[in-house]
Structure formats: C-alpha cells, structure tokens
Design a protein around this ligand. Sequence first.
Ligand code: HEM
Length: 153
Amino acid sequence: MFPILIFFHSFWRWLVLGSLVYSIFIAYRGKTGKLNYTASVNQWRHWTATIAHVQLLLGMSLYFQSPVVMFQMLDAPGKLLNEQTFFRYIHLSMMMLAVVLITIGSAKAKRQKTDAEKFDVMLTWFIVAFIVIFIAIPWPFSPLASRPFIRSI
Ligand code: HEM
C-alpha cells in the first residue's frame, strides 16, 4: 500500500501546483483586465480546492504508513532538522495550513458581491497558499528534505 500511496501523493503534487498556478493566472487576468467572473473561472476555483483536498487525504493516509514518520531515526537523532522532523512536523503543518488557506480563499471568493472582489480574494489567498506549498515540497533541490520529481510504482 505504501508504494502506491507515495506514487499518487508524489504525482498529485503536479495537479495541485498546476491547478493552483492556472487559477492564480486567471484570477490575475480577470482582475487586471476587469473581466467577468465566468462559470469556467468558478469551476477552476472549485476544482483547485478539490484537488488540494484529495492531496490532503492522500498525505494523511501516507503519514500513518511512512517509515520516516513512524520509526525513530538513528542516523541523526541529535540534529534539530532532519528528514524525520521535516515529515513529522514541518511538511504536515505547512501543507495543512496551505489547504486551509485554499479552502478559505475559495469559500470567500464565492461569497464576494462583485466580480472584481472575487478575483481579488482568489488571487491573494491562492498566491499565499502556493508559496507555502512550494516551500514545503521536498524538491530534489530542497535543503529541508529531498525526494524525486517523479516516482515510479
Ligand atoms: C498540498 C499538499 C501536499 C503536497 C503538494 C505534498 C507533496 C509531497 C511530495 C512531493 C512528497 C514526496 C513524495 C515522494 O517521496 O516522492 C511528499 C511526501 C510525504 N507527504 Fe506530502 N504533500 C502534501 C500534503 C501532505 C499532508 C497534509 C501530509 C500529512 C498529513 C503529508 C504527508 C507526507 C508524507 C508522510 C510523505 C512521505 C515521507 C516518506 O516516507 O518519504 N503530505 N508530499
């Protein structure tokens, strides 16, 4: 089960990032171009939040199966920041925060009165969430913990 979960969790990050970047782009374009908040924009807002929620569920299932999280690491027990600290606390809390930001941003955008306000709220909350996610992903170049860009099962 663990290899399947980690494969999907790794792959799903690209959907999370892609939908978020596209939503940020259309919100920016809508705001600066004073465009209408169309049904298609609304669908993107909705699907971006849904994709993030799926990743949250995958992450939570993975959390209780990951050897890095479950077993005490012996190689660097005294280090303040090792891979275990990263996945146990930092990745978990930052990603949960990001999903909360996306959820609030999406819900608030929906409830605004004017199209300009909808674009504005969507843009702000999604940009902040994107920054948090980008920092908390274990990129191959990350100083916190590194994992590959793509996993194979
Ligand atoms: C937007 C949300 C998230 C994104 C984009 C994301 C992304 C990633 C990526 C790219 C990896 C590396 C996968 C690999 O090894 O190839 C990873 C690993 C992991 N993530 Fe997430 N994650 C998110 C949320 C979460 C949440 C909320 C949790 C926990 C509740 C979580 C728990 C884990 C765990 C336990 C690992 C694997 C550690 C290991 O055994 O190597 N993730 N995540």
